[in-house]
Design a protein around this ligand. Structure first.
Ligand code: GDP
Length: 297
């Protein structure tokens, strides 16, 4: 399970502090150092770790902890608060506007889970918001990707717009949007191509699709298993496309959690959903406070 290693380490650090009773500056510095090591080992970005432990030490060394009757508890509360902030603080819901068509553009590297997540989001919002969704297949380079979206659509009974033998994703996007307008779909989700790494041609194409469909949300799908590397990927997608949010997938896997903890800090964009399995129902809204509790135990 994700965060298992990190959870165990935090539990150890906290139980040592609770045993100590009164805490002095040295105790707090030692605990901060241990937290720093635990986070680095969990593959959290070093800048994030630095800022996080700095915030904790500054608050803890002041009045808040040292004069408290239960300093250990107080310290844990600070770590919990800071962890919630790191994960995005207040939860940011999707930006639904009544009477306006919701146009979502899914972006991300190949294998991150874009296509699957496009289906999951369409299915979830049809259920929760009573939207009539349309999926549009703009990943023209992998014929299997179009087929995959079509199969997903069949399975979910959701319409899919696709064109075979035409390698013009911008044209497909345009015609997909037209179909959405003509058919009165109120949620259109565009599945776009990914590569194993970011490349210029792909980014140019994504920018063109963005300019064509004017998305209300650009959602970057990130595989939580990719750790630190995902931070660079997210920064690059954000720089070129100004994403509106992140969907972290594969949180059910055995990952150290570095991506989850670094991505909001480095991009300034919230994690909106998490993928928790391969099944189409395995998607949840992301709650920073719940995730913080899961990490800290
Ligand atoms: P794409 O290339 O980005 O479109 O990725 P796909 O949607 O094809 O997903 C790649 C693989 O990841 C597939 O085998 C999916 O079933 C799997 N996958 C996607 N999301 C999750 C998730 O949240 N948990 C798990 N365990 N697998 C996932």
């Amino acid at each position: 399970m994700i965060f298992e290693g990190l959870n165990e380490k935090f539990q150890n650090i906290f139980s040592q502090l609770k045993r100590k009773g009164k805490l002095n500056e040295k105790d707090i510095q030692a605990a901060s150092r241990e937290i720093k090591l635990a986070l680095l080992e969990a593959d959290v970005n070093f800048k994030v770790v630095k800022q996080f432990t700095k915030n904790i030490s500054e608050r803890a060394i002041g009045q808040e902890v040292m004069n408290s009757l239960t300093p250990g508890q107080q310290f844990i509360k600070i770590v919990n608060d800071e962890m919630t902030t790191l994960l995005g603080g207040e939860i940011e819901r999707m930006d639904f506007i009544d009477g306006r068509r919701n146009v979502y553009m899914m972006v991300g590297l190949q294998g991150a889970g874009k296509t699957t997540t496009a289906g999951k989001v369409a299915n979830l919002l049809r259920k929760e918001k009573k939207f009539k969704p349309l999926l549009v297949a703009c990943d023209v380079y992998r014929p299997a990707a179009i087929k995959q979206l079509e199969i997903l659509g069949e399975e979910l009974n959701i319409d899919v717009y696709s064109e075979h033998d035409i390698k013009d994703p911008v044209g497909i996007a345009k015609r997909g949007l037209k179909k959405a307008e003509d058919g009165h779909y109120d949620l259109v989700i565009f599945d776009t191509a990914g590569r194993l790494q970011i490349d210029e041609a792909l980014m140019e194409e994504l920018v063109k699709i963005k300019e064509t469909i004017l998305p209300t949300e650009i959602l970057l799908t990130v595989d939580a298993m990719t750790g630190q590397e995902s931070v660079n990927v997210a920064n690059e997608f954000n720089r070129l496309l100004d994403i509106t949010g992140v969907i972290l997938t594969k949180l059910d896997g055995d990952t150290r959690g570095g991506a989850a903890l670094s991505i909001t800090f480095t991009t300034g964009k919230s994690i909106k959903y998490i993928g928790t399995g391969e099944k189409l129902a395995d998607i949840e809204l992301f709650y920073p406070d719940r995730m913080a509790s899961r990490i800290l135990g």
